[in-house]
Design a protein around this ligand. Structure first.
Ligand SMILES: Nc1nc2c(c(=O)[nH]1)N[C@H]1C(S)=C(S)[C@@H](COP(=O)(O)OP(=O)(O)OC[C@H]3O[C@@H](n4cnc5c(=O)[nH]c(N)nc54)[C@H](O)[C@@H]3O)O[C@H]1N2
Ligand SMILES: Nc1nc2c(c(=O)[nH]1)N[C@H]1C(S)=C(S)[C@@H](COP(=O)(O)OP(=O)(O)OC[C@H]3O[C@@H](n4cnc5c(=O)[nH]c(N)nc54)[C@H](O)[C@@H]3O)O[C@H]1N2
Ligand code: SF4
Ligand SMILES: [Mo]
Length: 887
């Protein structure tokens, strides 16, 4: 009998419900859970491809000590001893944990309890520092607590949705789809996108404000002043429930569009339009994400926009409020357990002695950290200068994702003792571990996560763990017991941890703290197994259908129960210089997740964008002699460089380039963009400015360019540039640099482990400047290589599809090395719809053949008819064609 399990998607903070089905033969498929209130059955491209990422290749199966497999007993003893010794010899602050918003709440709870209550340090920080710290700081300043007031439904109820520094179409796709459906049903609803780039999210926008990097504070200050000047302030709300309005307004200055235009780089006319629209619309939701948080003025950006909602009293009521979109699946859960260096637990404050005393009593802990620990950037600084003697990294890949990533790498390399818990063996960070602990991953582990609208859902196991992999909470609890804390960490399973966490949230609370899920304090194993998604707060005495928005009653969590306006003045700072004249902006692509350890396993997800790139405005490219598809080199003050493909586009503002964060040393030669970003950060939140560094740009000359597909993973590639991605039946790769000394045929043979009897067919063109080789074993293609002195013009999707095809007819094999699909199989172009495998050329052909809407293209080609994540891009193609036709 096939078995079905209700669980939650492990990617973004939308937190979609998923039904996983395991067939009798072990095959897994997933579909959206129609009953889950986050997605009502929808999934995006990443969620739909989850089953393809369960590939066991590369998984960590057994604990490793100095690169050799050992028993759990040996590995955990080594960890417990190293941490105990460091604390004995150098004190509690000589050890640190660096965790992740992708851990489950139960994992996080145990780690935080161990560090803050039992080891007595607060040196526990997480990748949420790179992600949500400015939102946390902004919330706490404004509300007295880290509270997201609204619900997803508010986006559908609003008359104006403002997206600030959020590419929701790609990063929170299901929520974006909900917004798109609501707008289609009620076209009077307006959407404004504030982002220096014209992204896929701007396709829905009535107004796109291509703001200058970090111009946001000036814009929202201008808005606050405009609200005051036009009588849009809710005087009663401000008087009854807030303080600090006059100071904030004073700091905001005047609502003069010309002045705002100077700082933000926006046309005055667009500024007027935005100010008027916001002032005139009662139901406004302002969604924001990393274009706000990842900034040296991130906290001020957050408070700048919250100020405007407080001033108008537009908060906590249906269809209104500021809305921080959390990135990771459990960014919120991590905050609830207090898993950041400057927090305690259950939304209590580390700087508050009563809170510390309360948590210590509840935990019956021997110690309690009494001051904030080191935040991520400082934490790795402390690793670098030898203050940290033992470090445990869990569920994150800082060698790729931290700013100044090569410094972080060097720091980890010098640390006397490094533990890495990961599901994968070969990540840029796992490679540096003294002890590598294999963790159970999505589908194998049990626990809870909290999404952006404070909804707690279960993740449930439906597969056995691979090899000896064990859950993260189990690893932490076992080490705690080995360090002498038997009683406090004797958890029989995650249900017991969840119940304890719920009990702590309710402990001596009485409405004084926002986070209260006391209704679950006595949850049994069976109740936990059956737990359905619920939104907090859910105190023991709660009504089940209570309105769970916060602040509609004007009661905040500062001691006087008033919200605070925060006076913000930060102006956009210029970082470029003659040596580094371009602003480097970074972020995400639609089908990949962070450092690609999971999405990189899916051929489908790898087809959309298969190599690292820099988006460059055509004028800048022309000025620097860069053509589309050239390679470019970016360098920064860190002295590091990356080499990526140039992608010329007018969606990018002149003077800035955008490079995605996803490529690693596993997937590209020089693609780790974080090596370029200095550790500059927001002074309050400690969140690094990952969206704004200065770089130089130049064309990267290469003696050859190549493209290859192969059925096996190649040996380390010896070229200046390479980028490796999965495709059906093997790998595809882009290559460039100096040709191998041994010649291409010999290289092909060794690089792809070809058997001696492999049959190789070759073809030389353009007087030797172009070479094509194909190797076969029986009727299977083993490797196909195209090399040229210029970027090779071969149809990638077609070539990548050939590994999975049989090639019995020898005469037809010459077609392969022609590098073009035969006439009866037109070139699809780059794959846009990853679910249905539909390429750009097919969509353009449908449009040129008369399909004038996304629906019509879908009806003809199938594109966009499954998860819908590519619909914004299809719309873009239609618009571009229309624009060309009109010009
Ligand atoms: N496909 C995909 N989805 C994801 C993830 C993923 O890896 N892949 N990761 C998840 C995680 S952890 C996170 S945190 C979220 C992030 O979700 P988002 O924040 O939506 O994504 P980003 O691409 O990081 O950045 C958003 C936008 O900020 C803009 N920006 C840069 N500087 C500024 C500025 O000064 N002002 C303004 N207003 N905008 C600016 C950028 O141009 C970019 O388009 O995505 C989540 N969802
Ligand atoms: N330049 C630039 N840098 C950025 C950003 C940006 O926008 N620009 N964004 C930042 C943000 S918002 C974020 S959230 C970070 C994300 O950056 P990271 O957290 O470093 O990226 P991930 O690839 O998600 O890393 C998760 C790791 O955990 C492993 N893993 C998966 N599941 C499990 C599990 O169940 N247990 C364990 N133990 N391991 C598991 C994965 O294999 C992977 O190695 O990057 C930050 N860095
Ligand atoms: S929007 Fe996509 S990535 Fe995010 S939770 Fe839903 S299915 Fe997963
Ligand atoms: Mo994030």
């Amino acid at each position: 009998m096939p078995a079905e399990t209700r669980t939650t998607c492990p990617y973004c903070g939308v937190g979609c419900g998923v039904i996983a089905r395991v067939e009798d033969d072990g095959r897994v498929s997933v579909r959206g859970d129609p009953e889950h209130p986050a997605n009502f059955g929808r999934l995006c491209s990443k969620g739909s491809a989850l089953a393809e990422t369960l590939d066991p290749a590369g998984r960590a199966h057994s604990p490793m000590l100095h690169g050799r497999p050992v028993s759990w007993d040996t590995a955990l003893d080594a960890v417990a001893t190293a941490f105990s010794d460091a604390i004995r010899d150098h004190g509690p602050d000589s050890v640190a944990f660096y965790l992740s918003g992708q851990l489950l709440t139960e994992d996080y709870y145990v780690a935080n309890k161990l560090m803050k209550g039992f080891l007595g340090s607060a040196n526990i920080d997480t990748n949420s520092r790179l992600c949500m710290a400015s939102s946390v700081a902004g919330h706490r300043r404004a509300f007295g607590s880290d509270t997201v007031p609204g619900t997803y439904e508010d986006l559908e109820l609003a008359d104006l949705v403002v997206l600030v520094g959020s590419n929701m179409a790609w990063c929170h796709p299901v929520l974006y789809q909900r917004l798109a459906v609501a707008k289609a049903a009620r076209p009077s609803m307006k959407v404004v996108v504030i982002d220096p780039r014209r992204t896929a999210s701007s396709d829905l926008a009535d107004l796109h404000l291509a703001i200058r990097p970090d111009g946001d504070v000036a814009l929202f200050n201008g808005l606050l002043a405009h609200l005051a000047e036009t009588g849009a302030i809710d005087e009663d709300f401000v008087a009854a429930h807030t303080s600090g309005f006059a100071q904030a307004l004073m700091a905001a200055g005047r609502a003069d569009p010309a002045t705002i235009a100077e700082v933000t780089g926006l046309p005055a006319q667009q500024i007027r339009q935005f100010l008027a629209l916001f002032a005139a619309t009662e139901k406004v939701v302002t969604c924001y994400s990393q274009g706000v948080n990842q900034s040296s003025v991130g906290s001020d950006k957050v408070n700048g926009l919250i100020n405007c909602h407080l001033a108008t009293g537009r908060i906590g009521r249906p269809g209104m409020g500021p809305f921080s979109l959390t990135g990771q699946p459990n960014a919120m859960g991590g905050r609830e357990v207090g898993g950041l260096a400057n927090m305690l637990a259950a939304h209590m404050a580390i700087e508050n002695p009563q809170d510390r005393d309360r948590v210590q009593r509840f935990w019956k802990a021997p110690a309690i950290a009494d001051r904030p620990g080191l935040k991520a950037v400082d934490l790795f600084e402390a690793v670098a200068d030898g203050r940290i003697k033992a470090l445990w990294i869990m569920s994150t890949n800082p060698v790729v994702s931290m700013p100044d990533a090569d410094r972080v790498k060097a720091a980890i390399e010098t640390c006397p003792f490094v533990v890495v818990s990961d599901i994968e063996m070969h990540t840029d960070t796992a490679r540096l571990a003294h002890v590598l602990l294999p963790a159970t991953g999505w589908g194998e582990k049990n626990g809870t996560v909290t999404n952006s609208e404070r909804r707690i859902s279960r993740q449930r196991a439906f597969l056995p763990p691979p090899g000896e992999a064990r859950p993260d909470w189990w690893q932490m609890a076992d080490v705690a017991r080995r360090m002498g804390f038997e009683d406090a960490f004797a958890y029989p399973g995650p249900h017991a941890i969840f119940a304890e966490h719920a009990a702590l949230s309710a402990f001596e609370n009485g409405g004084s703290r926002d986070f209260d899920i006391g209704a679950h304090a006595d949850a049994t194993e069976a109740e936990y197994a059956a737990l359905t998604p619920f939104q907090w707060p859910q105190p023991a005495q709660a009504m089940p259908d209570a309105d769970r928005r916060f602040f509609g009653d004007g009661r905040f969590f500062h001691p006087d129960r008033r919200a605070r306006f925060v006076a913000v003045t930060a102006a956009a700072e210029t970082r470029t210089s003659p040596a580094f004249p371009f602003v480097l902006n970074t972020g995400r692509v639609r089908d990949h997740w962070h450092t690609m350890t999971r999405t990189g396993k899916s051929a489908r997800l790898s087809a959309h964008l298969a190599e690292p790139f820099a988006e460059i405005h055509p004028h800048d490219a022309a000025a620097y002699g860069i053509a589309d598809a050239d390679l470019v080199e970016l360098e920064s003050v860190t002295g590091r460089r990356v080499v990526v493909r140039a992608l010329l586009t007018r969606r990018q503002a002149p003077g800035a380039v955008f490079v995605p964060m996803h490529w690693t040393d596993e997937t590209a030669a020089l693609g780790r963009v974080d090596t370029l970003i200095p550790g500059r950060r927001d002074p309050l939140s400690g969140q690094p400015a990952l969206k704004h560094a200065a770089v130089s740009l130049r064309r990267h000359a290469a003696a050859f360019h190549g493209f290859a597909v192969a059925s096996s993973r190649p040996l380390p590639l010896p070229f200046d540039y390479w980028a490796l991605a999965r495709c059906e039946g093997g790998y595809r790769m882009e290559l460039a640099g100096q040709p191998p000394a041994e010649g291409w045929q010999a290289w092909l043979q060794t690089a792809f482990h070809l058997p001696p009897q492999a049959e190789v067919t070759g073809y030389v063109a353009r007087e030797g400047r172009e070479l094509r080789l194909a190797a076969f074993g029986g009727d299977r293609l083993l490797a196909l290589l195209f090399v040229s002195d210029e970027p090779v013009a071969v149809s990638r999707p077609w070539a990548a599809g050939q590994l999975a095809e049989p090639h019995p007819d020898r005469r037809m094999r010459t077609r392969l090395i022609a590098g073009r699909p035969p006439a009866d199989q037109p070139d699809k172009g780059a794959i846009l719809c990853s679910c249905m495998g539909i390429g750009v050329n097919e969509i353009a052909a449908a449009a040129e053949g008369g399909c004038s809407s996304v629906q019509a293209v879908g009806a003809q080609t199938g594109a966009g008819t499954n998860c819908g994540s590519c619909r914004p891009e299809i719309r873009k193609i239609l618009e571009d064609l229309r624009r060309v036709a009109a010009e």
